[in-house]
Design a protein around this ligand. Structure first.
Ligand code: HEM
Length: 417
């Protein structure tokens, strides 16, 4: 059997115009969770759903080296980082990230994020200001993650660095000149963090041994050679940038608390209900749309043939919204997680499979911790109003956000939880 094929036009523009839904719509039209097309002028197979995800994470059949398109490497990811490694080189580098995201370190970051919330809320109340949450969070999370990782950040640089870290994920997928702002930001972030790595190596900065700055400055490749300072800097950015990007999920959390009042009330009743609410935010809301890999060799899967060197896309958003795994996928329903723990390949907001041996995101614990602390602040400590605004999600934007960025007017702050 051959894979259904979209007529041989290049789908780059339609995919960029509807990045979260294009693959699902074409799958539905063709009646198949796998189809062939052309993307960025290359023959491409698109996959969605649990089976497709399990195939995509088969490292015997797929490699990541060179798979991500250059515009994404020059912005979001940087060059030489863990995302583009395979085999032993990948496992060796990934172990560093897993070590940095152990439970006690994650809790320490959570405590810093909570302290930033309280400090910021006091400031907003003193100013009597209505704030745009997305903007505020970028600064709060930059401060928190830099302090936690012991990346020096003078107060005078906070806005500059927060703006650059945010541009890496917020402007990378733009189809207009904002994309070039993201490229500029990548150069600035790489230069800044290379300087930090060199300062550690040359003894001018002495971070604690359990910090990301220390671990990455002293990281080596499997042969024992220290990482090039440029690569260590890209890996440090691989901690800072996505932690700041958790701002997107916190905005989704505020959006869900406001637009799903019944589910929000239920979520305050128990820790299990709160966790289910957080999981449903990660399943329901559009954040990371899809991933790219390349086939290592010819193979046949489920009767479908894949030639060597084929570009393959896994639709993450479509897999999280696959009705076969998630009944009524367009309904926000945290209770679905009560009797149904997510599997390794049907729930892939941050990738699937195994953390250590595969490319699954090592930051899931950090995201959960930041969402949990933010949930507690927004439901038990900060009283606020949500002014009238445009809360529709802009699914044409990467990452999608409520069009307003979520304005809120703080009213009062309880001192302790
Ligand atoms: C903000 C919310 C986040 C989202 C939506 C997200 C999503 C993802 C996705 C989809 C992948 C790719 C998985 C794959 O290639 O198979 C990934 C990988 C990665 N994430 Fe996250 N992530 C988030 C937060 C974090 C955090 C807080 C960290 C900090 C440790 C982090 C660090 C990484 C790293 C280093 C990789 C590369 C892993 C590898 O290639 O082995 N992410 N993330």
């Amino acid at each position: 059997m051959s894979i259904p094929r979209i007529p041989p036009r290049d789908v780059t523009l339609p995919l960029l115009a509807d990045p979260y839904r294009f693959v699902s719509k074409e799958s539905a039209r063709l009646g198949s969770d796998a189809f062939q097309t052309r993307l960025l002028c290359r023959g491409t197979t698109c996959l969605k759903g649990e089976k497709g995800a399990a195939l995509f994470y088969d490292a015997e059949r797929f490699r990541r080296e060179g798979a991500m398109p250059s515009p994404i490497r020059k912005t979001l990811l940087g060059e030489g980082g863990v995302q583009g490694l395979d085999g032993e080189a990948h496992r060796h580098r990934k172990a560093i990230f897993m070590g940095l995201t152990q439970a006690d370190r994650v809790r320490a970051l959570g405590a810093r994020v909570e302290a930033e919330w309280i400090e910021a809320a006091e400031r907003w109340l003193r100013a009597g200001a209505t704030i745009r949450l997305y903007d505020e969070l970028a600064t709060m999370l930059t401060r928190a993650v830099c302090a936690w990782s012991e990346t020096p950040l003078p107060e005078a640089d906070v806005q500059l660095r927060a703006g650059h870290l945010r541009a890496l994920f917020d402007a990378a997928g733009a189809r207009n000149p904002r994309h070039f702002w993201s490229r500029h930001a990548r150069r600035r972030v790489d230069r800044w963090l290379k300087g930090v790595i060199e300062d550690v190596r040359e003894g001018r900065h002495r971070p604690a041994e359990n910090t990301a700055t220390f671990a990455l400055a002293h990281a080596r490749d499997p042969g024992g050679t220290p990482l090039a300072a440029e690569v260590a800097a890209v890996e440090l950015a691989n901690i800072l940038r996505p932690t700041v990007a958790t701002a997107v999920y916190v905005v989704f959390l505020a959006h869900a608390l406001h637009t799903q009042p019944e589910a929000a009330r239920a979520a305050t009743q128990s820790l299990a209900a709160r966790d289910a609410f957080i999981e449903e935010i990660r399943r329901f809301y559009p954040f990371f749309p899809s991933l790219v890999a390349t086939t290592r060799r010819d193979f046949v899967w489920e009767g479908l043939s894949f030639p060597e060197g084929r570009q393959v896309i896994l639709d993450l958003y479509g897999t999280n919204h696959d009705a076969n795994a998630w009944p009524d996928p367009e309904i926000f329903r945290p209770a679905r997680f009560a009797n149904r723990p997510p599997g390794a390949f049907d729930f892939v907001p941050q990738g699937g499979g195994d953390h250590l041996t595969g490319h699954r995101c090592p930051g899931e614990g950090i995201v959960h911790e930041i969402l949990m602390r933010s949930f507690d602040v927004l439901t038990t400590r900060l009283r606020y109003e949500v002014p009238k605004q445009d809360l529709r999600l802009n699914l044409r934007r990467l990452p999608a956000l409520p069009r307003s960025g979520f304005f809120l007017r703080p009213l009062d702050l309880a001192r302790s939880g």
